[in-house]
Design a protein around this ligand. Structure first.
Ligand code: PMT
Length: 400
């Protein structure tokens, strides 16, 4: 029996010419054994009729937010709860903009906001609209919120232009939806676990244009976030400023300073099972931040620095039931310093990496020593993504 059998799929259609392909998508999903409800925006009804989708899905099609008759049959909150997965195909530039900014001004956007089901989008639009910075900024926002985007494909478009903007084919989308359920049915090692990760550097302002920071690129933390997500975890990544995109399916919260990272991480820790601190948090920040750019003078300048809060220490002390993993970045006495940090910060596990001299920071590879109270595992230098999967398998073995 297919993993999609009897699953509740909510298909959303926004107003684009590719809407005609969605009829075939609904038909394929029903053939695979899924139960399908369809919700259309007003603009979508100009491209394909609700009657067609009703005939194919075997269910009334939902179009209005304020329709008492429809609400009496299956209200919008009920429909939002009913869905195991939401797929918007086609997702227009306008719909993506509304979704990215949390609008609830029609039934489909309201359903997305009110549902806890994973949301998938199959974008379709003119190639220039797709590459427009406004659309690309919405794409980034959506990915940060954990929305998964499929396509668009390259090719000839309805407007006659050639480029990226075509909706994926109906059969491809049906297979993609099915694969989401086969993956979760496999009972992955971190299924049902909530993993919280800090990554990247922090920036501590000196004045409006200057800051103290470090060389962390975020690569190690982002690789761990991607590995945990692929192993079935629900992942939240609290990230300092980096040049990386949020991994697919990972919820990202962007912060700048150590204090912001501390605040957001402690808020998220309450609902997490595992905490992994890969961030290179600045230990100090300027005691006084100048309101205006500090002027250059001939006199030497000194900065007074205050201690920043220790995020890892506060999480492990306030949430003793969390499985806490720290990183130790050391230029000397790696194992000794890491052991001291593990005990002082009350950690279940610490990953020690040698840094400086072109090691650890801002590199694609890393070499680590993993320490527990009574165990020590050495992993040789390797790609951070491969290493991240090994680390997460070790964590999964510890907690299961
Ligand atoms: O980002 P990349 O370029 O990929 O580089 C990866 C890395 C070298 C930054 C990473 O592998 C790493 O070692 N991260 C921890 C860096 C660090 O700040 O180590 P530390 O030994 O100073 O801190 C010990 C632990 O306490 C760390 O888990 C750190 O996140 C945490 N900490 C430290 C200070 C603070 N104020 N709050 C914290 O949570």
């Amino acid at each position: 029996m297919s993993a999609i059998n009897n699953k509740h799929i909510l298909i959303g259609i926004s107003g684009g010419i590719a809407a005609y392909k969605t009829a075939e998508l609904v038909r394929s999903l029903i053939k695979k054994g899924a139960q399908v409800q369809v919700c259309m925006t007003q603009a979508a009804c100009d491209f394909i009729t609700p009657l067609t989708l009703q005939a194919i899905s075997g269910n009334p099609v939902h179009t209005d937010l304020l329709n008492p008759q429809a609400e009496a049959a299956m209200g919008h909150i009920e429909l939002a709860r009913w869905a195991d997965l939401i797929m918007i195909a086609p997702a227009t530039a306008d719909f993506m903009a509304r979704l990215a900014h949390g609008h609830a001004n029609d039934l489909l956007s309201t359903l997305c906001l009110a549902s806890e089901a994973p949301i998938h989008l199959a974008p379709a639009m003119n190639r220039v609209m797709w590459s427009n910075p406004a659309t690309q900024s919405n794409v980034r926002l959506l990915k940060e919120q954990g929305v998964q985007l499929h396509g668009p494909a390259e090719g000839e478009q309805a407007c006659g232009e050639v480029g990226a903007g075509r909706m994926l084919e109906a059969l491809q989308l049906a297979d993609l939806i099915e694969s989401q359920f086969s993956a979760s049915a496999k009972q992955l090692p971190l299924s049902g676990k909530k993993v919280l990760i800090t990554a990247g550097p922090t920036r501590e302002a000196i004045d409006p244009v200057r800051y103290i920071s470090n060389r962390s690129s975020g690569k190690m933390g982002y690789a761990i976030a991607a590995a945990a997500q692929q192993m079935g975890a629900e992942v939240t990544l609290v990230s300092g400023p980096v040049a990386l995109e949020a991994p697919a399916g990972v919820r990202r919260i962007l912060v700048e300073s150590a204090k912001e990272m501390h605040q957001q991480t402690l808020k998220e820790a309450e609902r997490s099972d595992i905490f992994i601190a890969t961030a290179a948090v600045a230990d100090y920040s300027p005691a006084n931040v100048a309101d205006q750019k500090i002027k250059k003078t001939d006199d030497p300048v000194s900065l007074e620095l205050d201690y920043n809060p220790d995020i890892l220490m506060d999480v492990s002390h306030q949430f003793p039931e969390l499985f806490c993993v720290g990183f130790a970045a050391e230029t000397e006495n790696l194992i000794e310093h890491a052991k001291t940090k593990m005990l002082r910060k009350k950690l279940d596990m610490i990953v020690a990496n040698p840094v400086g001299h072109n090691q650890g920071f801002d590199k694609d590879t890393n070499q680590v020593e993993i320490l527990f109270k009574d165990q020590h595992i050495s992993l040789p230098e390797q790609d951070k993504r491969t290493l991240a999967t090994k680390l997460m398998n070790i964590v999964a073995n510890q907690i299961n």
